[in-house]
Design a protein around this ligand. Structure first.
Ligand code: ADP
Ligand code: MG
Ligand code: ZN
Length: 594
């Protein structure tokens, strides 16, 4: 009923609008009566040619005896001074009709009315979209997501420390009385911190699932709206719903969208501050006996307002990291359980080939592999499906449709061979996994290395080598094509980035172990540096990149034969795997340097 009323109102408004529009259209189409001078009208009266008159202050509509209809405008105040005129007319046998207003007065104002109705509708629309979104959150919260009750800790893999830390919350939610009897302090707010796709949302759902309590989901970005006060109202509603449920999990994704440190004066800041204040008020306000636990997720704990992290609010932080080798294997297994998998698949070796992948990336790999298997008419996912899916997630999908000219293909082959030969010749480099001149994502070709084990820190030698490998592509263009292409832009960007980290953060330059703020760095970590220092920082970054460039040049100059051999092989078959690359290079006298 409540929902019906606004709809009826809108319906009525639309009908009224249509009616007015039609009426206006019709009158504007009826030919207006011919207007005559008042003196002519008097002459018609004297001559007895007037059959009837419709009288008003504004106009007289006259029907003549010959059925013609004409109109005339009386002089202002005419009837006031000539009251006898009307009786005189009647005496002459003219039929009289008196109206209080001018004939089409309502219709004269029709355009105005229509505009008015329109504005009303528009205002209603705006009102509707604002409140509509509020009520959508409202509803979502109230019905508390049935899916999430299915998720269990077993579905979250590779983040054992985080799971241990939140296990206690499950205990508490299951048996709050027992917990309180023991005098345990119940956490109110838990902040899950970690990079995107590591399973923070999944973990929060699993807590609700394990404890068997409702899961109320909201995203920080839902609270940031352009209408002042809307965000705060939504926070209020969310917590109102939570209290109705009693024991439950309130999950706020992307907390940083509302919880950024305060300061600044723009309107959006004010709105966010209101929302943030409301959130703080709500978190302080609810009764800990109630069993509402607020879990929030962010990947930027460092930019959160300190007020959020005080005791009684999000005072417990749980770090959810990207998985290590063992974790990746477990996550792959969790997701492979859901698809038919060939028993011969070596999950560990797939896990080894996915360093730096997040849980979401790994879920994506399994999903892509299942699609590939299906496309190839296989009954089960095999190793090659998983490897192809891994390459796709890592390097972007192959774009065989893109038409390279022969010149581009040749340049690309030597460019990639340049990277590969530098990587093969330098002792610190990771083994080559694949070299291809099939365009992928935005790259024309790809040279891909895979580390033998996960890397947690980088040595200076490793980083120098990485820069030399990146320079290998451009150097090959110059040495073998006597040219340069824009294809090296991404290599150059990455090399510059590594070098700048080395100088400004890792203390790996003659400037010493100092932190320098880098250009364009938003959060302003590191010291502010003098102009003189900035110049020296720039010079050191350049020196590091140029050293890598010279090193690549030396390597490729010595191993010209190997570059030619690899480039020709690439032109032949487009894509070479690790062992194939090794055998091509070995035949031209280059064996892996380690
Ligand atoms: P986040 O919230 O940290 O960005 P999500 O929880 O949204 O990450 O993860 C997205 C998807 O990736 C999950 O639905 C799940 O399929 C997969 N995933 C991520 N991390 C894990 C994990 N640790 N174990 C199993 N699956 C995971
Ligand atoms: Mg998430
Ligand atoms: Zn390149």
């Amino acid at each position: 009923m409540v929902r019906l009323l606004p709809r009826l109102a809108v319906g009525a408004a639309i009908l009224a609008l249509l009616g007015l529009a039609v009426a206006y259209w019709r009158t504007s189409r009826v030919p207006a009566p011919q207007e005559i001078a008042f003196s002519d009208f008097l002459r018609h009266v004297d001559a007895g040619r007037v059959a009837s008159v419709k009288l008003s202050e504004a106009a007289l509509d006259i029907t003549l005896t010959d059925q013609r209809v004409v109109r005339t405008i009386p002089p202002p105040g005419f009837f006031g001074t000539n009251a006898a005129f009307v009786t005189d007319l009647a005496r002459r046998g003219v039929s009289l009709e008196v109206r209080s207003t001018a004939p089409s007065i309502g219709l004269q104002y029709a355009p105005l009315l229509i505009a008015f109705c329109f504005m009303g509708l528009l205002a209603y629309g705006v009102y509707k979209t604002t409140t509509g979104r509020i009520s959508s959150i409202d509803n979502r919260a109230r019905t508390a997501d049935p899916d999430s009750s299915q998720v269990r800790f077993g579905d979250v893999a590779g983040v054992d420390e985080a799971k241990e830390e939140v296990a206690e919350i499950v205990e508490f939610l299951r048996e709050p009385q027992r917990f309180q009897a023991l005098g345990g302090r119940i956490p109110r707010g838990v902040l899950l911190v970690g990079p995107p796709g590591t399973g923070k949302t999944l973990l929060a759902r699993a807590i609700a699932g394990e404890a068997g309590v409702p899961f109320l989901f909201a995203s920080g970005s839902d609270f940031v709206e352009m209408y002042a006060g809307v965000g705060a109202a939504r926070v209020r509603r969310l917590f109102k719903d939570a209290r109705k449920h009693g024991s439950c999990i309130v999950f706020i994704d992307e907390l940083d969208a509302v919880g950024r440190a305060r300061g600044g004066h723009s309107l959006s800041h004010e709105e966010r501050e209101q929302t943030l204040n409301q959130l703080l008020v709500e978190m302080d306000g609810f009764d800990p006996q109630l069993g509402v636990v607020v879990i929030a997720a962010t990947n930027r704990a460092d930019i959160l307002d300190q007020a959020l992290l005080r005791p009684g609010r999000f005072d417990r932080q749980v770090y959810v990291a990207n998985p290590d080798l063992k974790g990746r294997e477990e996550i792959l297994r969790v997701h492979l359980r859901k698809v038919t998998t060939d028993p011969a698949v070596d999950v560990r070796s797939i896990a080894r080939g996915t360093p730096g992948f997040s849980g979401a990336d790994l879920a994506n790999v399994v999903n892509e592999a299942a699609l590939l298997a299906g496309r190839n008419g296989r009954q089960a996912v095999v190793s090659s499906d998983l490897e192809a899916a891994r390459d796709k997630v890592m390097m972007g999908a192959e774009r065989r449709s893109i038409a390279l000219t022969e010149q581009e293909r040749v340049t690309c082959a030597w460019h990639e061979a340049g990277h590969a030969v530098v990587a093969a010749a330098l002792p610190q480099a990771d083994p080559l996994h694949k070299v291809t001149i099939i365009p992928r994502g935005r790259a024309m070709g790809v040279t891909m290395q895979l580390p033998e084990t996960d890397r947690h820190t980088y040595t200076k030698e490793f980083l120098d080598t990485q820069i030399a490998i990146l320079m290998g592509g451009r150097v090959a263009e110059e040495l073998f094509m006597q040219n340069m292409t824009s294809g090296a832009s991404n290599d150059i960007e990455r090399a510059t980035d590594i070098a700048s980290h080395m100088v400004c953060e890792f203390g790996m330059s003659p400037l010493g172990p100092l932190a320098f703020s880098r250009q364009g760095q938003e959060d302003g970590k590191g010291r502010h540096v003098s102009e003189e220092t900035a110049r020296r920082v720039d010079a050191e970054i350049q020196a590091i990149v140029m050293r890598g460039y010279d090193r690549a040049r030396d390597v490729l100059d010595v191993h010209r034969g190997a570059v030619d051999a690899l480039a020709n092989a690439l032109l032949d078959v487009e894509s070479l795997e690790g062992p194939e690359i090794e055998s091509v290079l070995a035949r031209s006298g280059l064996t892996r340097a380690h």
